[in-house]
Design a protein around this ligand. Structure first.
Ligand SMILES: NC(=O)c1ccc[n+]([C@@H]2O[C@H](COP(=O)([O-])OP(=O)(O)OC[C@H]3O[C@@H](n4cnc5c(N)ncnc54)[C@H](O)[C@@H]3O)[C@@H](O)[C@H]2O)c1
Ligand SMILES: CC(C)[C@H](C(=O)O)[C@@H](O)C(=O)O
Ligand SMILES: [Mg+2]
Length: 354
């Protein structure tokens, strides 16, 4: 009897198109597992708007502790117009990222052949954004007084620690060193945000001394948006803070075929807790329930998950299948049709879906 290696997966389909795209990512994982002698023992967690309406819960601590016991997490998307903005985003998604110490929010951007891009001369776009995931303006360090009055004052203070900045910068340098171009760009706003910005700049300068082969440059975040639109091929590894990284990676998606193709990993590089893989996009309430969502980002995110679990060949199969599928795309297809086409390619069958 052939022995199989079991991996435990916590699956959080979430809201809106989350369950639709997650189903397709799981379909592809199911095809790959037997090919690589592994099994994925899945536990699905009903978290998101439905649960909040039913119980008032976002992510109970007991559920978090259960999720923590898994090898990895696959998440669809979180957020729903029926729930006050921020409740699920902070109470579920960010709670997972913070509690599981996902300090590297990894967001690769590659322009696959045949993908439409709004850029006239895109060049060879292939970069990765290493977005800090546990600090910055996301920590909830703020408040509001005199709410609803003309005297209202609201703060949202960005937290940057030497510890937090150094560990993500080190991760980014290691990634840059392992890539052929060996280039790292720090993106910040150190001409205005001088306290945090100078911490980031000094940290990059210090760690750079250990990586003499890595070329380092710096861009203010506003200028970085210019270059993402005019010369994105200049980027290799971008390291940046939590909020800048959020914004830059939606733009990065837009220039590489759209948000339906953008994958991400919330990585705990120290492996003290499971890493979590999810598309960059959200729950897309405007198209939810219509089978219009492109599941490719979720499928590519499953590829990042496989890589993280030490299955790089399986991950490469996903990338190849997606590239081949994209090259032949024409006309509108449903979420299921795209998932089926990619799954068939991964299975080694010729896709029957046009
Ligand atoms: N990681 C996450 O779970 C995550 C990420 C972003 C936003 N959100 C939440 O999602 C909700 C909606 O946010 P939003 O509208 O700003 O961003 P969004 O990413 O959900 O949607 C932005 C636009 O992109 C389109 N889109 C998104 N994913 C797509 C896909 N796979 N295929 C085709 N089109 C796609 C949507 O239809 C919409 O027009 C909010 O509650 C927000 O907080 C969650
Ligand atoms: C929903 C929100 C908390 C999240 C973020 O800002 O990180 C999203 O925009 C993302 O990019 O994953
Ligand atoms: Mg975002």
């Amino acid at each position: 009897m052939t022995s199989t290696r079991p991996f435990s997966l916590a699956v959080v389909p979430g809201d809106g198109i989350g369950p639709e795209v997650t189903a397709q990512a799981l379909r592809v994982l199911d095809v790959l597992a037997p090919q690589h002698g592994v099994t994925f023992e899945r536990t699905e967690y009903d978290l998101g708007a439905r649960r909040w309406h039913a119980t008032g819960e976002t992510l109970p601590d007991a559920v978090l502790e259960e999720i923590r016991q898994h090898d990895a997490i696959l998440l669809g998307a979180v957020g729903d117009p029926s729930v006050p903005s921020g409740v699920l985003e902070r109470g579920l998604l960010l709670k997972l990222r913070f509690e599981l110490d996902h300090y590297v929010n990894l967001r690769p951007s590659k322009l696959f052949t045949g993908v439409p891009t709004p850029l006239a001369a895109p060049g060879d776009i292939d970069f990765v954004v290493v977005r800090e995931g546990t600090e910055g303006p996301y920590v909830g360090n703020g408040g509001a007084i005199r709410v609803g009055t003309p005297q209202e004052v609201a703060t949202e203070v960005s937290l940057n620690t030497a510890f937090g900045v150094e560990r993500v910068v080190r991760d980014a340098f290691a990634r840059a060193q392992a890539r052929p171009r060996r280039k790292l760009t720090l993106v910040h706003k150190n001409n205005v945000l001088v306290h945090a910005g100078h911490l980031w700049s000094r940290t990059v300068e210090t760690v750079a001394a250990e990586y003499p082969e890595v070329t380092v440059d710096y861009l203010h975040v506003d200028a970085a948006t210019i270059f993402l639109a005019t010369d994105p091929a200049r980027f290799d590894v971008i390291v940046t803070d939590n909020l800048f990284g959020d914004i830059l990676t939606d733009l990065a998606a837009a220039i590489t075929g759209g948000i339906g193709l953008a994958a991400s990993g919330n990585v705990n590089p120290d492996r003290t807790a499971p890493s979590m893989f999810e598309p960059v996009h959200g729950s897309a309430p405007d198209i939810a329930g219509q089978s219009k969502a492109d599941p490719t980002a979720a499928i590519l995110s499953a590829g990042l998950l496989l890589d993280h679990l030490g299955l790089p060949e399986a991950a490469a199969q996903i990338t190849e299948a997606v590239e081949a599928d994209i090259a032949e795309r024409s006309g509108a297809r449903s979420t299921e049709e795209v998932g089926e086409a990619i799954a068939s390619r991964v299975a080694g069958e010729v896709s029957t879906v046009a």
